[in-house]
Design a protein around this ligand. Structure first.
Ligand SMILES: NC(=O)c1ccc[n+]([C@@H]2O[C@H](COP(=O)([O-])OP(=O)(O)OC[C@H]3O[C@@H](n4cnc5c(N)ncnc54)[C@H](O)[C@@H]3O)[C@@H](O)[C@H]2O)c1
Length: 409
């Protein structure tokens, strides 16, 4: 009998986690194979800021095996899986992140990654790009993983601040349609369940934001028997939620009756000063958006500086004159990565194929690109979708010659 999982040391656990994720990431394994065998990233230095999860380890190992020198820092101070980190370090991937890091250290880690003078920057949230844009050394290009990061980069691009071309991986259909919706939808619910252990069935859940992430969360919550209400600021998305069968209301109308609030808007202070007093006793608040700004945690801290933690990743605040208790999960940071393990390997296989192929594309064509934001090239997007279909054993029909010509004059 082999060594039991619970008896393994950190490195061995990290290795098992890597292998476990890798076997469920067939799209990435198939699409990287050719570039790995030809060592297409030899002499390239990559500076990477991603959540340190088992799925990320599969991407980083593929980049390393393709010849790249990889340096990593975490995209969130609380999203570091220590065994995965040990495994990557033993495999010559330089990582700037310690378990006891302060917020200041978290940002210093990004500076340390940039000090290695990477040729290509891969980021999740735009913080590493923000710092890279102040540097003078030559960067060939960059990629960005998430909606909030892309939104920030778009605004910097409008101000003419970009110094290198950036592929907005999140804008690829093969990313947001699967990762944001199915991946984050499931892992957010998983994070809430692992953190609190509560029953979801019959709970009144408010999902703030009906974007790709919100759609996924709402779908999973209703699937578990919760009563779901959506709040939105975008009329089209609100109408979509209504037609998808959800109740749609302004936040103020549900603030005093709901059991759980989940923010996923990418916006700031969605639940803040005006709401905390009205929330009902025992309500749970959590966030799935990239930054910890959607719930105004600073204000909550000022309301109850003596808040306490009844269990891991749960903070209890006593607010208002009645000192009613409300519970904040994961300090308002991404609940699916802090309370659970992040998105499953099947979806990350698709997202990280996009990252891998975009990095290869930048390494080959950066000189032909302007300092602006690009979508993942259509050819890459399509290739990933076709490989995913094939990996899942799915076959589809093709148009007949008659159908192909049907719309032609
Ligand atoms: N946790 C994860 O693993 C993960 C994965 C993907 C994306 N994200 C992050 O989740 C957030 C949402 O991503 P998305 O792809 O769904 O974005 P999106 O732009 O598709 O959706 C955001 C929605 O929120 C709505 N909104 C904005 N302000 C609002 C407000 N005050 N009240 C109610 N609704 C409001 C917008 O109208 C929009 O429909 C981003 O921060 C993104 O970076 C997290």
């Amino acid at each position: 009998m082999g060594i039991r999982h619970e008896d393994k040391d950190k490195y061995e656990i990290g290795k098992s986690e890597y292998l476990w994720a890798k076997k469920s990431m067939p799209v990435l394994n198939r699409l990287t194979h050719r570039f790995v065998s030809k060592r297409r990233l030899e002499n390239f230095k990559l500076g990477i800021c991603l959540h340190i999860t088992k799925e990320t380890s599969v991407l980083l190992m593929a980049l390393k095996e393709a010849g790249a020198e990889v340096t990593l820092c975490p995209a969130n101070p609380l999203s570091i899986q220590e065994p995965v980190k040990s495994f990557l370090i033993m495999n010559d991937i330089k990582i700037f992140a310690k378990k006891e890091d302060t917020l200041l250290d978290f940002y210093d880690n990004m500076e340390s990654v940039l000090e290695t003078k990477p040729h290509i920057i891969t980021d999740d949230g735009g913080e590493l790009h923000k710092r890279a844009l102040r540097r003078k050394f030559y960067i060939m290009g960059g990629t960005e993983e998430t909606t909030s990061g892309v939104n920030r980069l778009m605004s910097w691009s409008e101000e003419g601040l970009l110094l290198y071309p950036i592929i907005a991986v999140n804008r690829s259909r093969a990313k947001y349609l699967f990762d944001n919706k199915y991946g984050t939808g499931q892992s957010t619910i998983e994070g809430i369940l692992k953190t609190t252990g509560i029953l979801l069935s019959s709970k009144r859940i408010v999902v703030c934001g009906y974007g790709w992430v919100g759609k996924g969360i709402a779908r999973c919550a209703i699937g578990m028997g919760a009563k779901v209400t959506i709040t939105e600021v975008n009329p089209l998305r609100a109408l979509e939620a209504y037609f998808d069968g959800f109740e749609v209301k302004p936040l103020d109308e549900v603030i005093s009756t709901a059991d759980i609030f989940i923010t996923c808007t990418g916006q700031v202070s969605v639940i803040g000063q005006d709401q905390f007093e009205k929330i009902k006793e025992g309500a749970i608040l959590c966030n799935a958006g990239h930054f910890d700004v959607e719930i105004d945690v600073n204000y909550l801290n000022s309301l109850d500086p003596n808040h306490f933690s009844p269990r891991m990743n749960v903070e209890c605040y006593r607010v208002g004159e009645s000192k009613k208790k409300i519970y904040l999960l994961a300090k308002g940071r991404v609940i699916n990565l802090v309370g659970a393990e992040g998105n499953s390997p099947e979806v990350m296989s698709i997202s990280f194929s996009n990252q891998f192929l975009s990095i290869i594309y930048l390494s080959q064509f950066h000189e032909k690109l302007d300092n602006q934001i690009y979508k993942t090239p259509k050819k890459i997007d399509r290739k990933i979708i076709l490989t995913a279909l094939d990996s899942f054993g799915l076959k589809i029909d093709t148009l007949t010659a008659q159908q192909h010509n049907y719309f032609k004059i």
